[in-house]
Design a protein around this ligand. Structure first.
Ligand code: ATP
Ligand code: MG
Length: 163
């Protein structure tokens, strides 16, 4: 989890590779109606987000049922969203990619092939509810090379999950 540009897609894909787990980008689970809305430049409401988050939660159940493991990149900015994703499971860990707005703005400005509406990062930081201690998050600073961040997360995941 983390705001846009915090590195979710990059880190989740590398982490999945490192652990030999599956990688999923949460964006893929949006219903067509949400994709249409976003393409038209309209922000999603929390009601719009429900079927999306539920679809990711269902995928987590499906993978776990099959004895697999998956790393999902999903912004999950609000606690309520994360509660849908985790839905009481004790085998789902939240990884929070934590970084300053200045650092992330700089990375977004350099990112290729993505248009970033001005003000979006601001609103992401306003919406962000950093995970609380009772969510048992793995908090990592994104002010480090990708490899270092992945090593850090992998070490914390490895202490409790047999891959
Ligand atoms: N640790 C890092 N060091 C340097 N650059 C990074 C790091 N992590 C990610 N980046 C770069 O920052 C940019 C944003 O990363 P990425 O696209 O993975 O973020 P994201 O959280 O998936 O964003 P979005 O929510 O918009 O999909 C990319 O250009 C990526 O290559
Ligand atoms: Mg992404």
């Amino acid at each position: 989890m983390g705001v846009s540009g915090s590195g979710k897609s990059t880190i989740a894909a590398e982490l999945a590779k490192r652990l030999s787990w599956t990688f999923e980008d949460g964006d893929r689970f949006h219903p067509k109606s949400n994709v249409a809305k976003m393409s038209a430049g309209h922000p999603l409401t929390d009601k719009d987000r429900l079927p999306w988050l539920q679809a990711i939660a269902d995928e987590i159940d499906r993978v776990c049922e099959a004895g697999g493991h998956v790393v999902v990149a999903c912004s999950a900015l609000k606690r309520a969203y994360r509660e849908i994703l985790v839905h009481g499971r004790d085998d789902v860990r939240i990884v929070f990619l934590d970084g300053s707005q200045a650092l992330i703005a700089d990375r977004l400005a350099r990112r290729k092939g993505h248009f970033m509406p001005p003000g979006l990062l601001d609103s992401q930081f306003k919406t962000l509810e950093p995970p609380q201690a009772d969510e048992c998050p793995i908090n990592v600073s994104i002010d480090a090379p990708v490899e270092t961040i992945v090593n850090n997360i992998a070490a914390q995941v490895a202490t409790e999950v047999r891959t």
